[in-house]
Design a protein around this ligand. Sequence first.
Ligand code: HEC
Ligand code: HEC
Length: 484
Amino acid sequence: MPGRRPANSPILNRSDIAIEARGARWTTQGGVALVVVFCSLIVVSAADRSNRTETSGDHAHAGFQVLREQPFLPPDFDQQVFDNLWQVWPEPLKRRAEKASPSERRRMAFARYGLMEADDSQKKGPALGYVDDGNGGWVMNCLACHAGKVAGRVIPGLPNSHFALQTLTDDVRLTKLKQVKPLSHLDLGSFQFPLGTTNGTTNSVMFGVILGTYRDKDMNVDTGQSLPDLEHHDMDAPPFWNVKYKSQLYCDGFAPKNHRVIMQFMLLPQNGPRTLIDWEEDFRKVLAWIESVEPPEYPWEIDKELANNGELVFAKNCARCHGRYGETTEYPERCIPIETIGTDDVRLRALTIEHRRWLKEGWLSFYGKDSVKLDPQGYVAPPLRGIWASAPYLHNGSVPTLWHLLHPDERPTVWKRSENGFDKLRIGLEVDEYTKVPEKVFDSADRRQYFDTTKRGKSAVGHRFPDELTPDEKRAVLEYLKTL
Ligand code: HEC
Ligand code: HEC
């Protein structure tokens, strides 16, 4: 597939190389380096689509390999740091780790940080979501947030609802100080910006804004810019298997689906415009992989008759927004005004028109050839395939099960999940519910295990559409949702 870069794009200037060298020396103002993270895309034209079907299998496979093998960023830490993280853990965890075998200690670390073991893992080296930089360094990539576990089973493309990025980064920083090792971009950035205040969710959208602030429209690095006001908030990533139905990305559908938008995570200043161009082919493959991901089937029993009734209820009450999932999938991709949907509005407002315009006028959207929405009015009703597997629900991950989604008044104020439990009655995370975070929880890593819907950006209100259903209809819809 040939590049879709406009022929006269200034990004092709030879001066890119000088700019890149400048970028390599870059640090942020105040001596604090920047954070990582994020994702984005482009609209694939009809011509590109047909092109893709011929090679899509190979392309998709190659895209997954890229994510498993290619280090795009500097490492966050090395194996020696990882193996010693337990030494900064609080008691009694630390004492337990001290007595444990190395493999048990690795399991404990994976549980604490929400890291996933790859299918082919030899139980050593980087977790899925990190790649080896060739020197034992762990380099974070997309799968850190976009490969998760449901009922104990690891699934690439499922959002990582366990990921404890802040806790991992805090522990890494302490360990490096003990080992007298240099701090990475993430260690330093997290001094200045929160990475995620509840496990399973991250401040990724603001990372994208921060990284974008230091880029002009052609992706040249310009560290002279000052940061805009930032509305930090945590997001639950959506599952990749629904990306194929969308033309626009993200919960408000503001960004086009293309391989450039998903490169936002790579916009650390050392990756100058020339490097981004060099990586385009890799990210075409990554996008092909993302679009090839299929949802897992519900592994337990389904009451077929009840589910069939539920399909009728769904057709009448939900399909106009969420689509139909029969032989073929019809998905309307409707953006619902915030007043109608009534869910937490912080994410919608946090992206300013200036940031959206930067995307629209720049390289990531092919200078606006791919559609960017400057002023989305609400959130897009997402496709619901595989919905049984992708708890928690809503864009901020505030609702732990589908039953709670269907019973808005019963949603817990505060909840805490078990590590691998699956609630087969309510469909979703197995949780303990609280009216507030228990007072005895002092440790900040422990606090991040509690989802507190009273906090800014974390409210579980809205989406009251199920109020129209009778209790029997709700039971039937819940059964039907298992089949998608
Ligand atoms: C730190 C966590 C994190 C990392 C790392 C990350 N993402 Fe994401 N991603 C998210 C979150 C959160 C969202 C939802 C953002 C929103 O809706 O505003 C998202 C959204 C997306 C979407 C849009 C999906 C949809 O249905 O609209 C795509 C595609 C995507 N990411 C791809 C990637 C790729 C490719 C990478 C690596 C280059 C990556 N992401 C790295 C957290 C992450
Ligand atoms: C008027 C449009 C509309 C109707 C009708 C509607 N929804 Fe939604 N739904 C949305 C929007 C928009 C969201 C995303 C809200 C957010 O993330 O803040 C959503 C989110 C959801 C989610 C969570 C998705 C996820 O990945 O987290 C589920 C499940 C869901 N709806 C099920 C239903 C069911 C079942 C019905 C019918 C009883 C229904 N919806 C009716 C618009 C609608």
